[in-house]
Design a protein around this ligand. Structure first.
Ligand code: WT7
Length: 651
């Protein structure tokens, strides 16, 4: 290992032209606007708020403190985000502009194009169905959907009537879904009968039924997507096409205070069960509107494609709210990158003449492995900007994305942010900044990053430390649903008065930021956050397991893989069958994204004399970095480590 994060020849600043056209932001604009956003945030963010329609224009802009923790933006403003994403475009005569282009999982199936006027009609229809089922302002609504337009429509319908949506990724298990319904006391579920991913059916309604054996709700609204035969519980379950038949075509947008909750989104942390990160209305709307405008530099008529799922924050901010508030035309893709084959992404790019493409490094790595053929088989001349998000991108994958996918002519934006930040925080801006492969780049307007050491000492200049943000920004999460103290503890107590991201980060001499990965017990598997504690508790819930310790390790495609050390109850035999059974058990408890990559059955875990598991050692062994185990003298039984190393080398 060297100090350099990447090979020298890859670090060079690469110019990011925007094909000679005007951009929303030049380098000089960035410097001036960034300065203003820091020195006079209230006037900067008052101006950005003008991107939106407000029923009552806010006069109080920011009112935020990290010690004690209280975060408010635009607190006397009144608006509705659905109106901003949909209705106002129709009112401005842009009803015929295409909002969503639905591209189904099966390329042979017919797609669907939805204009802003049609989107408005669809959202109103769904909103009225929700009202008919008894959903009111402030009620939590759980959305468990495939990547079909009705997923976005469901979110917008909730926002329209002031209900708080909680989208649960369709890949989560019934148990995980039940936990998320219970935690926010949600009484309503919107789901589809089934989904399709890579030609395989996803039994969404059956999963909802299984979840509802553990937790009761008042009503389930079921969208027929795959004509799957599903059970309908009388009095509770309603087919959307039936109950929507006679609803009115009129549904005014509920006036919402800027600080009224908009959504809850569950995310993993280093301890305990997933947290319901809470975002509110006005500040979030301004943040996603402003970041989408500048970062993707969207121009009218362009086609935007973010390949994320609406079950993650990327889908919330850059499929649903950011693009639609900006009146963009975008793709909603139901499928996966490798079905029917590895050229699926580029086929979609060619078919719909995609101009801006935003995806995850894990997808890029998986596609890179298949060579240039599938990419070059398709016309990608429409592409003018490429983006990545979710995890650090290794410079080799960056280069391939730039040279092969983008033919060396499209800038790449590497956007660092989190569920808690609401939108993009660190990125270069196309046309304004040169790019360094592997570096996210510069802070967005209003973002004040700071690197600190383990004791909280502020580190200046080119350095390496823990990434904090020192001042609030409009898109910031306001709380953890139902547990504000946990919000304060998790994000503001490690370094008092600062928001701690959980990420390690380098800053170079050009003030570029390089995210080096999580420094807490969170692993990033294919751009998805997984708490090691969550996987551990899934493992120990198996009757044969005594104890488990889970760590991340470098994985070629996924970025990080899940490595599980497991000790069994006395008398239980190690066997391949048991390993397979534990793998299935974790998938059932959490979902396929938590599937262990390595299950290492061991008679003992390395512990200190006081009984604390030494995770540092377990991480090194999982990384196959046996030479660097460090000090093992505090171990109660040092021979445990030798046995573990042996076990690791044997696989
Ligand atoms: C964590 C947040 C942001 C939406 C998707 C993930 C990692 C995110 C980058 C990037 C390096 C990144 C961080 C962060 N991460 N983007 N461009 N470079 N790391 O949202 O599930 O809340 O995860 O993803 O570790 O803390 P999330």
């Amino acid at each position: 290992m060297t100090d350099e994060p990447v090979k020298k020849d890859l670090v060079a600043l690469i110019a990011s032209p925007r094909n000679g056209e005007a951009t929303h932001c030049t380098a000089a604009d960035y410097d001036r606007l960034y300065q203003e956003s820091i020195s006079d945030p209230d006037s900067f963010w008052a101006r950005q708020a003008e991107r939106l329609d407000w029923q009552t224009m806010p006069t109080k802009i920011s009112n935020a403190s990290f010690d004690p923790v209280s975060i408010k933006w635009y607190e006397d403003g009144v608006m509705n985000i659905c109106h901003n994403a949909v209705d106002r475009h129709v009112a401005a005569g842009k009803g015929d502009v295409t909002a969503l282009i639905f591209e189904p999982d099966d390329p042979q199936s017919p797609g669907r194009t939805i204009s802003y006027a049609e989107l408005q009609a669809e959202v109103i229809k769904m909103a009225n169905c929700l009202k008919k089922l008894g959903v009111g302002k402030g009620d939590r609504v759980t959305i468990y959907m495939p990547m079909i337009p009705e997923g976005a429509i469901a979110m917008l319908a909730c926002a329209r009537i002031g209900a708080i949506h909680s989208v649960v990724f369709g890949g989560f298990s019934p148990d995980a879904l039940a936990g998320r319904i219970e935690d926010c006391d949600s009484k309503f579920v919107i789901c589809a009968d089934g989904g399709l991913r890579g030609g395989k059916p996803v039994p969404l309604k059956a999963n909802v039924d299984a979840a509802l054996e553990k937790v009761a709700v008042d009503a389930v609204l079921v969208i027929n997507h795959t004509d799957t035969d599903v059970e309908m519980t009388a009095g509770r379950d309603h087919w959307y096409h039936e109950i929507s038949a006679d609803v009115s075509a009129d549904c005014p947008c509920e006036p919402m205070n800027a600080e009224d909750p908009l959504f809850i989104l569950y995310t993993s942390g280093s301890t305990g069960k997933p947290k319901g990160v809470l975002h509110t209305t006005g500040g979030y709307a301004v943040w996603v509107a402003t970041t989408f405008h500048y970062v993707f530099d969207y121009q009218p008529g362009e086609v935007f494609w973010c390949s994320a799922d609406i079950g993650w924050v990327t889908g919330h901010s850059y499929i649903v709210y950011g693009p639609l508030i900006n009146g963009a035309t975008e793709i909603m893709f139901e499928g996966i990158p490798n079905y029917p084959d590895f050229s699926r992404f580029w086929e979609v790019v060619e078919k719909h003449k995609v101009n801006i493409f935003y995806t995850a490094p894990t997808a890029i790595r998986a596609l890179m492995r298949e060579g240039d053929g599938p990419v070059k088989a398709h016309d990608r001349s429409s592409i003018r900007l490429l983006g990545t998000v979710g995890e650090p991108i290794n410079p080799e994958a960056w280069r391939w994305y730039y040279d092969v996918v983008g033919d060396g002519k499209s800038p790449i934006i590497d956007t660092w942010w989190q569920t808690e930040t609401g939108g993009i925080m660190i990125t270069t801006l196309p046309g304004a900044h040169g790019m360094k492969p592997g570096s996210a780049g510069k802070p967005f307007f209003g973002v004040q990053p700071q690197l600190v050491d383990g004791d909280g000492k502020i580190l200046e200049g080119a350095t390496d430390g823990n990434l904090c943000i020192t001042a609030s920004w409009p898109g910031q999460a306001r709380s953890v649903y139902g547990d504000h103290e946990r919000f304060v503890q998790t994000y503001f107590s490690t370094y008092k008065g600062k928001y701690f991201t959980g990420d390690g980060c380098k800053r170079d001499a050009d003030d570029y930021y390089w995210i080096t990965g999580r420094v807490d017990d969170v692993i990033n598997v294919s751009g998805h956050r997984m708490g090691t504690a969550e996987v551990e508790s899934a493992l120990v819930s198996h009757p044969k397991v005594a104890e488990a310790a889970v760590v991340g390790y470098p994985h070629d495609i996924k970025g990080q893989g899940i490595y599980c050390y497991v000790t069994l109850n006395a008398g239980e035999e190690h066997s391949d069958e048991l390993v397979a059974e534990l793998r299935v058990h974790v998938r059932k408890e959490i979902g396929p994204i938590a599937t262990p990559d390595h299950l290492h059955l061991t008679p003992a875990l390395p512990k200190t004399r006081s009984g604390k598991i030494m995770r540092r050692i377990l991480r090194k062994i999982a990384e196959n970095d046996h030479g660097a185990l460090g000090d093992t003298s505090t171990l109660a039984d040092p021979s445990v480590v030798d046995a573990l190393v042996e076990g690791r080398l044997n696989r």
